[in-house]
Ligand binder design. Structure first.
Ligand SMILES: Nc1ncnc2c1ncn2[C@@H]1O[C@H](COP(=O)(O)OP(=O)(O)OP(=O)(O)O)[C@@H](O)[C@H]1O
Ligand code: SF4
Ligand SMILES: [Mg+2]
Length: 357
């Protein structure tokens, strides 16, 4: 098996909670990310899903080095990049780029599209000599399906979907190997979402990119992902291949999320198992002991209060083969089919994708 291009081990990010204005005193910490581990293979798409505030964007910022972790390790091609600085850090950063959530606010309204897409070359002039930058930007516009003649236009002259194409072009400018896309289609209309996702899939094949694709809509993630990780309150609840997570989920939280996915097929909708989650997500400044999901879990027992479930193949499935035997952080993991086979979301995984450009 190929070595992962990216490996994250026990990643932790705590933001200090302070009181006082002049003499700030730390009174606690927001445990935004609290022990996350996963690997990303070359050319793979790992989807990360979970409710608002569970730490998805924080994971993204840590991976692209916009934030430094409190502890844990991020390895890029086997090298720990969390301790790098200066030139070595800059070289790695070039290879791991981010595409942001909101194409309306992430593009500077006073800059032309050409300057926005070419901006990364100011920081990494070695990638494109000054005289060649406009040509490269035109090429990038073409690659993402925009007219190269638009190079002197401003962001407000574009639609939401076009702006996200501009954001993707900027992400590609330095020819990265990994793109971390933080909810890249959440702010777009449903019809445009499919086009942007199809574009990202095409670019992945063309440039051999590896993606971390963040969303809270499980159906969108399924369409593009090879594997999916489900986050809850700063930790991963379950991780597995597309079929393992959607057709053989074993963690109650994943099962609850799946039961809320919109299904286009009325028969599938009728036969779907409905789970209504009660209660709010607890504060990451004061997460529940033991299993973080226990305050909302219908299966919670005493053990869940005192013992943190590790993300591993659960005891009940150890030594077994088959799609239920994948990592799930639950003491009482059980298979429960929520969505009838073949009725999952708005796509049946990567191989069934359609090009609707
Ligand atoms: N700079 C910061 N200082 C303090 N707390 C922060 C900071 N950034 C994020 N948080 C907190 O960390 C937690 C995780 O935030 P994060 O943005 O990673 O969640 P998310 O899963 O991306 O949510 P959403 O779906 O709303 O984008 C939240 O409780 C958030 O309020
Ligand atoms: S460990 Fe317990 S509380 Fe947590 S998901 Fe499993 S059954 Fe529910
Ligand atoms: Mg976010």
């Amino acid at each position: 098996m190929a070595e992962p291009i990216l490996e994250v081990r026990d990643l932790v990010k705590h933001y200090p909670l302070t009181r006082g204005i002049l003499f700030k005193k730390q009174i606690g910490a927001v445990r935004a990310v609290d022990g996350v581990s996963f690997a990303l293979d070359p050319g793979e798409t790992l989807g990360i899903v979970g409710e608002s505030g569970c730490g998805k964007s924080t994971v993204a910022k840590l991976v692209v080095n916009l934030e430094r972790p409190t502890s844990g390790v991020i390895r890029y091609k086997g090298e720990d990049i969390t301790r790098l600085s200066g030139r070595a850090l800059k070289a790695v950063r070039r290879n791991i780029q981010m595409v942001f959530q909101d194409p309306y606010t992430s593009l500077n309204p006073r800059m032309t599209v050409g300057d926005i897409i070419g901006e990364p070359y100011e920081i990494h002039p070695e990638v494109a000599p000054k005289g060649d930058r406009r040509r490269r930007v035109r090429e990038l516009l073409d690659v993402v399906g925009l007219n190269p003649e638009y190079i002197n236009r401003y962001p407000h002259q574009f639609s939401g979907g076009q702006r996200q194409r501009i954001g993707i072009a900027r992400g590609l400018a330095l020819r990265p190997e990994i793109i971390v896309a933080d909810e890249p289609v959440s702010a777009l209309d449903v019809s445009v979402q499919a086009q942007v996702i199809n574009l990202m899939e095409r670019l992945q094949d063309e440039f051999g990119l590896s993606y971390i694709f963040i969303a809270h809509d499980l159906s969108i993630v399924r369409h593009i992902s090879d594997r999916v990780g489900v986050m809850y309150l700063g930790r991963l609840a379950e991780i597995g291949s597309d079929a393992e997570i959607y057709e053989h989920p074993t963690h109650p939280y994943t099962q609850a999320l799946l039961s809320a996915v919109p299904l286009p097929d009325p028969t599938a909708r009728e036969h779907r198992d409905r789970i209504i989650l009660t209660g709010d997500v607890p504060s990451p400044a004061n997460p529940p002991s033991g299993c973080r999901f226990r305050t909302r879990c219908w299966k919670a027992r005493e053990r869940c209060e005192v013992e943190v479930p590790e993300l591993a193949v659960p005891e009940a499935f150890r030594g077994l083969r088959g799609p239920a035997a994948h990592p799930s952080a639950c003491h009482f993991a059980e298979e429960r089919q929520i969505v009838p086979a073949g009725g999952g979301g708005n796509g049946e995984g990567r191989d069934s994708r359609r090009e609707t450009q």
